[in-house]
Design a protein around this ligand. Structure first.
Ligand SMILES: N[C@@H](CCC(=O)N[C@@H](CS)C(=O)NCC(=O)O)C(=O)O
Length: 218
């Protein structure tokens, strides 16, 4: 049995969880915290979540987890059969994560955790995010799914990461950079949110966020 380790408040954890649920793969969840837990370091060399316990050992890095899941459980496929379209799907995920989420992440300390981000960082990130969002607007297809006609791992990434980027940019800049550059994302995200696996991930995240907020208000 696969064991997904991490926290339901983590977007990278939730992306992999959504892929597992969409594919109907049985799995267990194990709570693991970044930074704090020393045992985590043995499992996750960078101290990050998520990681996956497999019958053969532990894997880290969410895109590696996704590829492993797809290789070991090819049905139902969450990548197109055609090699070029598969690559386009992976390209989309890379842009969402490297050019959008990873940039927006630098805003999270102030947007979500009561910290401060310098004005210089905010300005730099705003420019980079605009560039990343333009690249996604160029690639996104919404036919009706983000990479084409079939639901794919790219939808798992988009559904989990984009709302977080919306929230962060609204809080820091007073503008929702996702809706601004990608207006079609609004109805698209609502469509994905109606799927059962997405509902399960959202509900688990809601409960985990409440627990996190309560623990941090003490
Ligand atoms: N590239 C990693 C990113 C994972 C990541 O950043 N996870 C966050 C939680 S959402 C984390 O563990 N942060 C702790 C840290 O960066 O030390 C992946 O795709 O798995």
């Amino acid at each position: 049995m696969l064991k997904l380790c991490g926290l339901s408040i983590s977007n990278y954890y939730n992306k992999v969880k959504l892929s597992l649920l969409e594919k109907g793969i049985p799995f267990e969840e194990e709570t693991a915290y970044p930074y704090k837990d020393e045992t985590l370091k043995k499992d996750s060399p960078m101290g990050k979540i998520p990681f996956l316990r497999t019958p053969h050992g532990v894997l880290t890095e969410s895109h590696v987890l996704t590829e492993y899941i797809e290789d070991t459980h090819p049905q139902p496929p969450l990548y197109p059969a055609d090699a070029f379209l598969r690559a386009k799907c992976r390209e989309m995920i890379a842009h969402i994560e490297l050019d959008i989420e990873l940039q927006a992440r630098r805003l999270y300390p102030e947007a979500f955790f009561g910290g401060r981000v310098s004005e210089e960082t905010k300005k730099k990130v705003e420019k980079l995010l605009a560039k990343g969002m333009k690249s996604l607007a160029h690639l996104a297809r919404f036919e009706p799914f983000i990479a084409g006609k079939e639901f794919s791992h790219a939808d798992c990434a988009a559904f989990i990461h984009l709302p977080l980027v919306s929230l962060a940019t609204k809080k820091i800049y007073g503008r929702d950079m996702v809706e601004e550059f990608l207006p079609a994302s609004r109805s698209y995200l609502m469509m994905i949110a109606e799927r059962k696996p997405a509902q399960r991930v959202s509900e688990d995240r809601r409960v985990a966020m409440e627990a996190f907020a309560a623990a941090n208000s003490k």
